[in-house]
Design a binder for this molecule. Structure first.
Ligand code: NA7
Length: 537
């Protein structure tokens, strides 16, 4: 692979929130850095996911950068939960505000990155043939960035339009008056379904697994709340950083068991949080995520809501999930279940009537043809590893990432890989990002990487590489933490279970504060679990 002679300090792949903040931080530390981004603009998730109704499921006052008080004071969100266009505008504002654009190469897809053992640098090549060498490589490629396109046999027979929520066209898509099908009822499906139902002539929802959805109670941002938060934003951020998920200090979890109160009191407390909306329902009691019996009480509370909202008992029954609540990421909705009361909306339960095939004009399921003009795939992502595994990424001795991750994504601290020196994964497997307010997770990991690079430079250390022992112990730790929760109780993307053939390893770590503490300890201990190459080698 050819390369430019002078290595840059950091090559960063991806210009989402992670890549933007990594670039800004690197520059602040006096490091040279370049972001290479495949898309035509910055924003990552919020650049690609332009489907109807796309919005964040963590409150905007929390789902935003906290590293600069001037930024958080100046920026004004319009809604409690920002919609995709506003989030994309925010990403662009960050790029402009910190003059980042001259360090970002758009429309350029990285194809390969090979560790050069002689020069101790990464040789990185783009698909278009351009190449760079870099002392450190940061994969800010996002945990949910490679759309899952299931292999539906016969789909090409369908002559209507096929869209994927995560690769939505940039030009307006007018579904008015059309017969539309949606496959998938995760967060993207739920948001799409509720938004398009009033516009389309007929909506057919193909559901494989029913979903738990709690109300967002979205609306214009409460100005009094905004003023209150902005009056001491740094302390608000600090409180959030102490929360398990890096958010939620406005509605902290209760510190007692679901079994410590009477059935009436329990119901009242669930109801109180249902009325507030959002993920806080899972904090009604302190054992909902760790005790299956307690979890079942919360699940039954939501199922009772479904039965009370949905008029047709058969449809309500089909919409009721049986897996533990929270095991798949909870959806935060705006009238999802009530949508099934509309006369133009029909639920097809793929558990009882699986998809048999496609015709030119529709989907065949359960011996019936569902006639469609357009089909929307809301089928999620090859999460956490999919984007990295599509790179020609080779570490020491030419070992590929595909070989290294054959049995699952080995990593240390959710940041580094043995055999891949000076490589960092942002929001990757082994880190807390999937369970955390991702911007808070990004800020922490970026600071850790920047601290590490500057510290190693000061000490004359040229390479940092996780040991295989530390890596194995870390993956075991992540899975042991998950085993103490309800998270192993369903087929989620956390477990790789949504992709046929993907190794079943629990990928995200639960618990942000303990993770932050562990990462700090590793630094304080002189990079315990890493081997370091001094400058003389
Ligand atoms: P998700 O949450 O992975 O949801 C994908 C949905 O698509 C889910 O209902 C899947 O059913 C369904 N799916 C996937 N493959 C198939 C096939 N082959 N047949 C039928 N149905 C299928 O992705 P989202 O984009 O909604 O959300 C991803 C994250 O973004 C979310 O967790 C938030 O963090 C934001 P399954 O449940 O696998 O049976």
């Amino acid at each position: 692979m050819t390369h430019t002679p002078a290595p840059i300090d950091l090559l960063i792949v991806g210009a989402g929130f992670g890549g933007l903040y990594m670039l800004h931080t690197a520059r602040q530390r006096g490091l040279t850095a370049l972001v290479v981004e495949a898309a035509g603009g910055v924003g990552g998730t919020w650049y690609h996911n332009r489907y109807p109704g796309a919005r964040v499921d963590i409150q905007s006052l929390e789902y935003s950068f906290g590293f600069d008080d001037a930024l958080q004071q100046d920026w004004c969100w319009t809604e409690r939960y920002a919609a995709q266009p506003e989030l994309l505008a925010y990403a662009n504002h960050v790029a402009d505000r910190y003059a980042l654009r001259d360090g970002i190469l758009l429309d350029t897809r990285i194809a390969a990155a090979h560790w050069d053992e002689a020069a101790l640098v990464w040789q990185v090549a783009a698909k278009d043939g351009r190449s760079w060498s870099a002392r450190h490589l940061v994969l800010a490629t996002g945990p949910l960035s490679t759309p899952n396109q299931p292999d539906f046999p016969g789909l090409s027979d369908f002559k209507g339009r096929v869209l994927h929520t995560a690769a939505w066209p940039h030009e307006p898509v007018d579904l008015t008056g059309l017969r539309v099908g949606v496959i998938g009822t995760g967060s993207s499906g739920v948001q799409t379904i509720t938004t398009i139902a009033p516009q389309v002539a007929q909506l057919t929802v193909f559901q494989r697994t029913p979903t738990y959805a709690v109300p967002a109670h979205n609306g214009p941002l409460d100005k009094a709340l905004e003023a209150q938060v902005k009056a001491d934003y740094p302390a608000f951020r600090e409180r959030n950083r102490k929360m398990m998920g890096g958010f939620g200090s406005m509605l902290p979890p209760n510190g007692f068991s679901a079994f410590s109160v009477s059935a009436e009191e329990r119901e009242r407390m669930f109801e109180e949080r249902w009325q507030i909306g959002g993920f806080g329902l899972l904090g009604t009691f302190n054992d909902l995520i760790v005790n299956p019996a307690a979890n079942e009480l919360a699940g039954e509370f939501v199922r009772n809501k479904i039965r009370s909202i949905v008029h047709d008992p058969a449809t309500a029954a089909a919409l009721c999930p049986s897996h533990p609540i929270g095991c798949k990421r909870l959806c935060v909705d705006t009238g999802y279940y009530a949508t099934f009361n509309r006369p133009n909306v029909r639920l097809v339960d793929l558990q009882t009537t699986p998809i048999d095939g496609f015709t030119a004009t529709g989907v065949l399921a359960g011996g019936e043809e569902h006639t469609l003009d357009a089909l929307i795939l809301a089928t999620g992502f090859d999460a956490m590893t999919g984007t990295m595994l599509r790179l020609d990424l080779r570490g020491r001795g030419g070992r590929s990432i595909q070989q290294h991750w054959r049995a699952g994504p080995l990593n240390y601290l959710g940041l580094c890989l043995s055999g891949f020196p000076n490589l960092y994964t942002l929001t990757g497997p082994g880190a807390t990002a999937a369970f955390t307010n991702v911007i808070v997770a990004i800020e922490h990991q970026v600071q850790w990487i920047a601290d590490t690079v500057t510290d190693l430079d000061a000490r004359g250390v040229r390479t940092l590489e996780a040991t295989p022992e530390a890596e194995a112990a870390w993956v075991a730790h992540v899975n042991a933490v998950a085993a103490r929760t309800i998270y192993l109780g369903c087929n989620s993307w956390y477990l790789g279970a949504n992709i046929p053939g993907k190794p079943r390893i629990f990928m995200p770590l639960f618990g942000f504060p303990a993770y932050v503490q562990k990462c700090a300890e590793v630094q304080q201990q002189g990079y315990a679990g890493f081997s370091l190459t001094p400058a003389s080698c």
